[in-house]
Design a protein around this ligand. Structure first.
Ligand code: PGA
Length: 235
């Protein structure tokens, strides 16, 4: 893992932009994208930049089950608001939260991932070490599937919803097997609440207890941290 420590999330976004730029220069065609507060500054920098994705493909990590694409809390809406309204890709895929047939939707997404190998996958990390919605205990080999969110993830997401009852309990998520197929991975983490998860990911044993720890076995991972998120690393 290549670890880059920056002052704050703003600087992290600028570093991440450099990683996207380098990927484009190397001919990347397929970008794996993420939602949440972590990548916001990255998308801000991309929007301000002259990077051109108009002939590129994007595939997002996950989507809440049950939300329509136009629900403001859907990840589709997040992507529109933070990136796609300003930078268009040739095609942008997310799992469809309100798909009538879950199994067919999962198959559709896995077929897309088989068709488009991700060149650069952007990731955040949960306080519990999750990547995508692959919570502790997830298998390292699974593909896209429907997952039940843990109470801690539901609680962390609750800030975006009017009431706790509105927070979806399930999501479609690329599995860790899908994520590990990406040719390169860029994981960002900011803030002291991520420090334990970051330490477990980088310095702990590779174990499903910390899903992100599997990234130690990926050949091309860049990690961008602010000083707070890096504060529990011993090296
Ligand atoms: P956050 O979520 O960016 O909103 O902190 C990251 C994650 O849970 O993967």
């Amino acid at each position: 893992m290549k670890i880059i420590i920056v002052k704050d999330q703003q600087q992290g976004g600028k570093k991440a932009l450099e990683v996207f730029q380098a990927a484009l220069n190397q001919g990347a065609e397929v970008f794996g994208l993420a939602t949440g507060s972590t990548p916001e500054t990255t998308y801000t920098e991309i929007v301000k930049s002259d990077l051109d994705f108009s002939q590129k493909i994007s595939l997002n990590l996950d989507e809440y089950v049950g939300l329509k694409a136009d629900n403001p809390q859907s990840y589709r809406a997040y992507m529109q608001q933070h990136l796609f309204n300003f930078k268009q890709f040739k095609r942008s895929y997310l799992p469809q939260g309100d798909a009538a047939d879950s199994q067919a939707e999962i198959q559709r997404y896995n077929d897309l991932l088989a068709q488009y190998q991700v060149d650069l996958q952007l990731l955040g990390i949960g306080k519990n070490g999750h990547i995508g919605f692959n919570e502790p205990g997830s298998s390292f080999t699974e593909q896209t599937r429907k997952v039940k969110l843990t109470p801690s993830t539901v609680a962390a997401n609750a800030r975006f919803f009017a009431s706790k009852e509105d927070v979806p309990q399930y999501a479609y998520s690329m599995g860790i097997g899908s994520i590990m197929r990406a040719k390169s991975i860029l994981l960002e983490a900011f803030g002291v609440t991520k420090a334990d998860a970051v330490a477990a990911m980088v310095e702990g044993p590779v174990t499903p207890d910390c899903p992100a720890s599997i990234l130690q076995q990926h050949p091309d991972v860049t990690v961008i941290l602010d000083q707070a998120a890096a504060s529990k690393l011993s090296r």
